[in-house]
Design a protein around this ligand. Structure first.
Ligand code: PLP
Length: 370
């Protein structure tokens, strides 16, 4: 009898496979690529939307106790994660697949549903990974500016690409941290071309209570693929675990693009422990919101313009080329950014710890006076 379940074969290959073939870049690579110089070990790193708190105590304990079993594939642990999430969300486990973070399923979804004939439609500014993957796949990429309220402009997205294969909705959006209302997402689903999918990236969903639900759209059989990650609120970016939630026929098309692999058992048990830690998300949301709002109050007091965010990152208008401010902040040992071409005078800031944001304020105040 094989020791692994049928589900094992649906697991994704590591990001490296796709990165090697298609040269796409995800958040840490994009952040590092746009840093001009290597940073010092004591630098304040608020340029990659990481969680400085790291994994929860329950996740750390789970990883420590599983280490002796690291010589085995232990696919049953991945099944536990899938069952736990499915049960918590009232989903059929067949709709849930564990992934090595959300980078691989994002890229693979774009590969599966775009082509030279099937366009990739995204917000501008928006997270770049899908755009790069679509370009590498020979697909047309259509970038549609956010509305004045910084939501995805779903009507403009629909109008821009009757040949769409993927409508990418990042909610809350990276880099703005802003939300797109449920009614807009429903409108998009109801009016999209029949053979396209709506790819809803919920990497930052846990940072806000205002975000509209979307898993029920999967449950009710819509052409929707939802991505979750343990990299953000759960602080597991370096541990790697994510979830792909979609109708099995759509998930199959995505996963077929990536080959098969097993999940790292550390990531899987840490993710399961994090889900079972019922107070964790609320605690961390509270910490992030408190520090973000304190930072906004400081920006208000000092007359800086920013976009109010619901997430762990936000955009500030520096009213000069953003890269100049990034470079100057780098000299102060505070790594911020990056910059999106559509907003050349704005820089993205990740919400760090209270101490890190105090250092940010000192450096930013100095740089902006210069
Ligand atoms: C919007 C969005 N989606 C997906 C990812 C991929 O993250 P990971 O692969 O760590 O889950 C990121 C990373 O920052 C992101 O910002």
């Amino acid at each position: 009898m094989p020791r692994f379940s049928r589900r094992s074969f649906l697991h994704l290959s590591a990001a490296a496979t796709a990165a090697a073939s298609f040269r796409f870049m995800s958040e840490p690579m994009l952040a590092a690529a746009s840093r001009r110089k290597p940073h010092s070990p004591d630098a304040v790193m608020i340029d990659s939307n990481e969680n400085p708190l790291g994994p929860s105590q329950s996740a750390r304990d789970a990883m420590a106790s599983i280490l002796p079993q690291g010589g085995r594939y232990s696919d049953n642990l991945t099944d536990d994660l899938v069952q736990t999430f499915a049960q918590m969300e009232g989903l059929d486990p067949e709709y849930v697949t564990a992934t090595v973070g959300s980078t691989p399923p994002l890229a693979l979804s774009v590969l599966a549903f775009t082509s030279p004939q099937k366009t990739y439609v995204t917000a501008d500014p928006g997270f770049e990974l899908g755009m790069m993957t679509a370009e590498n796949n020979g697909a047309r990429v259509v970038k549609v500016p956010l509305t004045k309220a910084h939501a995805h402009d779903v009507k403009a997205m629909l109008a821009a690409a009757p040949d769409a294969g993927v409508f990418y909705i990042c909610n809350p959006n990276n880099p703005t941290g802003t939300l797109t209302p449920r009614s807009d997402i429903e409108y998009l689903i109801a009016n999209k071309p029949a053979d396209s999918v709506v790819l809803i990236d919920e990497a930052y969903i846990h940072f806000t209570e205002a975000a509209p639900p979307s898993l029920d759209l999967v449950k009710s059989g819509k052409d929707v693929v939802v991505l979750r990650t343990f990299s953000k609120v759960y602080g597991m970016a370096g541990i790697r675990c994510g979830l792909l939630i979609a109708r099995p026929d759509l998930a199959k098309r995505v996963l077929q693009r990536g080959g098969f692999n097993f999940m790292p058992i550390t990531g899987v048990v840490a993710a399961t422990a994090s889900l079972r830690d019922t107070s964790l998300v609320a605690e961390r949301r509270h910490i992030n919101t408190t520090i973000r709002q304190q930072t906004f109050q400081w920006l208000d007091r000092n007359g800086f313009t920013y976009i109010p965010s619901e997430s762990n990152c936000f955009m500030v208008d520096v009213k000069r080329p953003g890269q100049e401010v990034r470079d100057a902040m780098g000299k102060e040992n505070v790594m911020i950014g990056r910059i999106w071409p559509i907003m050349p005078t704005w820089v993205r800031i990740t919400v760090g710890t209270q101490q890190e944001m105090a250092k940010f304020q000192t450096a930013f105040g100095k740089v902006m006076k210069a």
